[in-house]
Design a protein around this ligand. Structure first.
Ligand SMILES: CC(C)(COP(=O)(O)OP(=O)(O)OC[C@H]1O[C@@H](n2cnc3c(N)ncnc32)[C@H](O)[C@@H]1OP(=O)(O)O)[C@@H](O)C(=O)NCCC(=O)NCCS
Length: 278
């Protein structure tokens, strides 16, 4: 790959990636990072006139695997086998180093990877609710209170040590950036759970649920409604969650208008693997 190829690569990425269409600056920076770190794992596809029409970025991933980070083919050249050729370049690179498998994750290109022998080995399901144009009400009987640093000790009796460490880890991860999003949820003045939200760094119209603790399962679904309500009064366009959520059925969420996420940096992703021949 030549240095000037990066310009074509960013243009192709802009034109073909749905989920990162607005993220030119970020993509450009990541590309440069990969070019520095893994220069032997970047391949471009060119026409016979030398025009770059696709690219793939990979890297070794531990001792036994390689990963694919990004692949894209210019929309005008899709469906002609170029994506397959790019996959082959990475497979050959990985095989030449004796690696056993290629791993990747994708929100959209499941069919493409399956065509070339990748198997889906896991799904990370993320749902979003669009808040614009919805008149959400706070769920009845629940209120919320900000959790201050000093207040953290109140939660020690409510959960075991591991859960408490998970909770405060989530708490401290938003302590500087989103302190107003750490909420104790109360019913009749008793704590029934905890919600910790986080503004998405890449896509600031989205707030996601970083942590939930449900003390009483009867309140779980209403807690999520409270989270969505707070997000909507906070002016966000989207609220997002990753499944599973304790005591909340996926079907209940879908009935309320939640849908599979396809937003920048927050989407339902398929984990894929292809074992390489010896
Ligand atoms: C996915 C992508 C790299 C495939 O490149 P390509 O050169 O079109 O791939 P090939 O011609 O080798 O294979 C085509 C196969 O991919 C699948 N495919 C094509 N476009 C696809 C798309 N947008 N989404 C999912 N699968 C797709 C089809 O199964 C097709 O096979 P078929 O024609 O027999 O049905 C290309 O469509 C692309 O750049 N998409 C946008 C960017 C993207 O989604 N990248 C992956 C994100 S992780």
């Amino acid at each position: 790959m030549k240095l000037e190829d990066v310009i074509d690569i960013v243009r192709i990425a802009n034109q073909s990636f749905l989920e990162t269409a607005r993220l030119t600056r970020l993509m450009g920076q990541r590309f440069v990072q990969y070019m520095r770190q893994w220069p032997d794992w970047l391949f471009v596809a060119e026409t016979s006139e030398g025009k770059v029409v696709g690219f793939i970025f990979g890297s070794p991933d531990g001792e036994a695997h390689a990963s694919i980070h990004w692949i894209a083919v210019h929309p005008k050249f899709q469906g002609m086998g170029i994506g397959g050729m790019l996959l082959k370049a990475i497979e050959e690179k990985a095989s030449s180093l004796g690696l056993k498998a290629i791993l990747t994750g994708t929100p959209f290109a499941l069919r493409f990877y399956e065509k070339y022998g990748f198997k889906c080995v896991g799904i990370r399901r993320r749902l979003v609710l669009e808040l614009i144009g919805k008149s959400l009400e706070p769920p009845e009987g629940l209120e919320s209170r900000l959790i201050a640093l000093e207040g953290l000790r109140d939660f020690i009796p409510l959960m075991d040590r591991e859960e408490y460490l998970r909770f405060i880890s989530a708490y401290f991860s938003v302590y500087e950036s989103d302190p107003e999003k750490a909420l104790a949820v109360l019913a009749d003045n008793q704590i029934v759970g905890i919600l910790i939200g986080r503004r998405n760094e890449v896509y600031p119209d989205l707030v996601t649920l970083g942590y939930i603790f449900v003390k009483d399962s009867a309140y779980a679904f209403r807690m999520l409604k409270l989270f969505a309500y707070r997000a909507s009064t906070g002016g966000y366009r989207w609220v997002g969650v990753e499944l599973p959520i304790p005591y909340v059925e996926e079907g209940e969420l879908l009935k309320e208008g939640w849908q599979d996420a396809q937003l920048p940096s927050f989407w339902t992703g398929y984990q894929l693997r292809k074992d390489l021949q010896k």
